[in-house]
Design a protein around this ligand. Structure first.
Ligand code: C2E
Ligand code: MG
Ligand code: MG
Ligand code: MG
Length: 291
């Protein structure tokens, strides 16, 4: 009797240790320290022009360099960070770091735009726009070198308020992008009234667009619509040449995905950017000579 209840308790305790609540608690505690110990860093993924493959920008993506577990991707901690109120602080760090990096790249004669993701709680703060503009000024970067990404779902929670909050950023020249487009429920009328420059087609459609007929129709429809509405488009998650060809054929202008480069440390991005520019220059000289 006592034995079996002991075994039960033990089993229960074991299960408890592996539970979501326990894992969440550990991550929460470690994340608080991580922010202070500067274990968070930013990776950059290239964005390219589909026609010639030139690198036109970088998306800043947060990474956690955990002392024992190595690099942790945002999927494993962003949700918890949001729940426990740490995401604002993390978001501000990423924005600040992206602005600093952009200033450094400009000083080195590089000019990729830098795109930064912002969370719901971050962009719904009334002084969000003012804080971003202050940061831009402090780092001395051109506003149009910074792009703010907001997911379609967050942007459309309250389209009028979002539009109003973001208007000062747009007016100052900051570029605004809708992320993960196609996964939320956009009201087309409000979409045209929103101050966005760029629409990013969600990876779930792009990755299926060669294999799956309905994904293909979704991508083609989004591209026709965005061209008519005057948005720039970025296809997310391009992994194959076949996907690139399909997107090019449908008039998509920009893309991001493992085919062009995974998210990487700033120094690696810089090396790739400069190597690409050198080889483009060589191609250009070759073309001129052939003429
Ligand atoms: P996202 O903004 O849609 O970023 C694109 C994600 O897709 C990145 O994942 C990137 O590594 C991944 N990806 C890009 N190309 C490919 C591809 O060809 N194949 C595959 N399989 N994946 C690809 P990551 O870095 O793990 O970020 C996941 C999400 O976490 C982001 O999705 C974004 O919503 C969020 N996130 C990342 N950094 C931040 C941040 O600083 N602040 C906030 N609020 N959210 C962030
Ligand atoms: Mg994004
Ligand atoms: Mg996305
Ligand atoms: Mg996403």
């Amino acid at each position: 009797e006592a034995k079996s209840s002991g075994a039960n308790t033990y089993k229960f305790a074991r299960r408890d240790v592996n539970s979501y609540a326990y894992r969440r608690l550990v991550i929460e505690q470690e994340l608080r320290v991580a922010v202070e110990r500067k274990e968070l860093g930013v990776y950059y993924q290239p964005q390219v022009a589909l026609t010639d493959g030139a690198i036109i920008g970088a998306e800043a993506l947060v990474r956690w360099r955990h002392p024992t577990r190595g690099i942790i991707n945002p999927g494993d901690f962003i949700g918890i960070a949001e729940e426990v109120g740490l995401l604002d602080q993390i978001g501000t760090f990423v924005l600040e770091e992206a602005c600093r990096q952009s200033a450094e790249w400009t000083a080195k004669g590089m000019n990729p735009k830098v795109a930064v993701n912002v969370s719901a709680s971050q962009c719904q703060r009334p002084d969000f726009a003012r804080d971003v503009l202050t940061m831009i000024e402090r780092h001395g970067i051109e506003p149009n070198m910074l792009e703010i990404e907001i997911t379609e779902t967050v942007a459309m929670l309250d389209p009028r308020t979002t539009a109003r909050e973001l208007a000062p950023l747009r007016a100052a020249g900051v570029r605004l992008a809708i992320d993960d487009f196609g996964t939320g429920y956009s009201n087309l009328a409000s979409l045209t009234r929103m101050p966005f420059d760029v629409l990013k087609i969600d990876r779930s459609f792009v990755s299926e667009c060669v294999r799956d007929g309905s994904a293909r129709v979704v991508v083609a429809t989004i591209l026709t619509m965005t061209q008519n509405l005057g948005f720039e488009t970025v296809a997310e998650g391009v992994e194959s040449a076949a996907q690139r060809e399909f997107l090019l054929g449908q008039g998509c202008t920009f893309a991001q995905g493992y085919l062009f480069g995974k998210p990487m440390p700033a120094a690696e991005f810089e090396a790739l950017y400069l190597a690409k520019r050198r080889s483009d220059a060589r191609d250009l000289i070759g073309e001129v000579r052939r003429k």
